[in-house]
Write a protein that binds this ligand. Structure first.
Ligand code: PLP
Length: 394
């Protein structure tokens, strides 16, 4: 097994070595990591719900009534009654006929995509789509066509090249995009994608992992924001980010959900979610729907931080949201910046290839609704001083 040490050495040499760090206490605007309390600027717990008293109470009550495990997969005896309630409510939230909950967002993408397309089909996927989408397409054995980020003329060119021939072989075409891109924080041109899909006979799937709970009048995401709910065939979302819990879901037509129940291996061959995770997701949905001010505060905080960083001269990719990348270029620069900020009490994880394209390492800063103005002002000052000290542009 000598190759393992060699591989690890090579990873270290490239500045791409990763290790796990212990986190203690609540997930919040402040976090204790490696025993040190820091301002947390890299969590996807955007609304601060992961430690909200109502979610904790729902989880505790569910444990007391139902225990901590589901006992089996959903199709055996693990289909706890919370599932029905959560799926009905999520379907209404997304204004779709039906919904199916999976154990994680990763598994929702895996389960949905592999059930919908297979060998002989084609999937058109934005180059910056999340890894779970890419993995799912590869696993499905459909042909993967990656179009340059948000480049609609490139997508149209690819769709033209794959027009159906006179004999219909029943080939399925699927366009998939993140609605809010997880590493750049920018928004997909959903209307254009839907138009192209209709023109060239393709289905559309949208991953709303980072937009759910934040964008749209009722918080159901960017498809709602753009009024495209009924134009999109498969709506995917997570319960792990603004919801502050764990899980993922797919919403759409009844028959689609029926097919997923029958074909999604990521649903069939895994133990169902636990009672506290389902109950807390229901409590989170209540809050997301009733307390819309939280998303507003989040986006105000994001605008404040973005403006401050732009004024300092940082390159932020094309962020339009609570996800704000500070591009550093080389991976070792991103790691050095992250370490130096940690020493100053600010936690922002460095993100390196292969999570982001080669040469685009970054600090992926994320804002929360629970950050106070003073937190953000302090962060801006420390980020500026640390960048100056390290000779990083900004
Ligand atoms: C766009 C996108 N889709 C899917 C996922 C997977 O979701 P989960 O973390 O719930 O497995 C993520 C998580 O980072 C994501 O960013």
């Amino acid at each position: 097994m000598e190759f393992i040490e060699k591989e690890l050495e090579a990873i270290k040499k490239e500045g791409l070595y990763r290790s796990l760090r212990p986190v203690d206490g609540h997930q919040g605007a402040h976090i204790t990591i490696d025993g040190k309390e820091c301002l947390n600027l890299c969590s996807n717990n955007y609304l601060g719900l992961a430690s909200h008293p109502k979610l904790k109470q729902a989880a505790v009550e569910a444990i007391q009534k139902y225990g901590v495990g589901a006992g089996a997969s959903r199709l055996v005896c693990g289909n706890l009654k919370f599932y029905g309630e959560l799926e009905n409510r999520l379907a209404k939230f997304k204004k779709q006929e039906a919904c199916l909950v999976f154990n994680s967002g990763y598994m929702a993408n895996l389960g949905a995509i592999t059930a919908l397309v297979g060998r002989g089909d084609i999937v058109f996927s934005d180059k910056l789509n999340h890894a779970s989408i890419v993995d799912a397409i590869l696993l499905s054995r459909a042909e993967l066509k990656r179009y340059p980020h948000k480049d609609m003329s490139a997508l149209e060119g690819m769709l033209k090249d794959h027009r159906p021939c006179t004999i219909d072989h029943g080939q399925r075409k699927l366009i998939i995009t993140d609605s809010l891109f997880s590493m750049d924080g920018d928004i997909a041109p959903l209307s254009d994608i839907v138009d192209l899909a209709r023109q060239y006979g393709a289905m559309v799937m949208v991953d709303e992992a980072h937009a759910t709970g934040i964008f749209g009048e009722t918080g159901s995401g960017l498809s709602e924001h753009f009024g495209l709910g009924h134009e999109i065939d498969m709506h995917m979302g997570t319960l792990s980010k603004a919801f502050g819990c764990v899980g993922g879901y797919v919403a759409g037509k009844k028959e689609l959900i029926e097919l997923l129940i029958n074909k999604s291996r990521a649903l069939i061959y895994t133990t169902a979610m636990t009672p506290p995770s389902l109950a807390s997701a229901l409590a989170a949905l209540d809050i997301i729907q009733k307390e819309r001010w939280m998303a507003k505060v989040l986006l105000e905080n994001a605008a404040f931080l973005r403006r401050g960083l732009i004024d300092m001269g940082f390159k932020l990719a094309s962020s339009e949201s609570q996800i704000i990348p500070i591009l550093t270029g080389p991976s070792d620069m991103a790691v050095a910046f992250s370490r130096a900020l940690f020493d100053e009490g600010i936690f922002i994880q460095a993100i390196r290839p292969p999570t982001v394209p080669e040469g685009s390492a970054r600090l992926r800063l994320t804002v929360m609704a629970t950050h106070k103005k003073q937190d953000l002002e302090m962060a801006l000052e420390i980020i500026a001083a640390t960048a100056r000290r390290l000779g990083i542009a900004g």
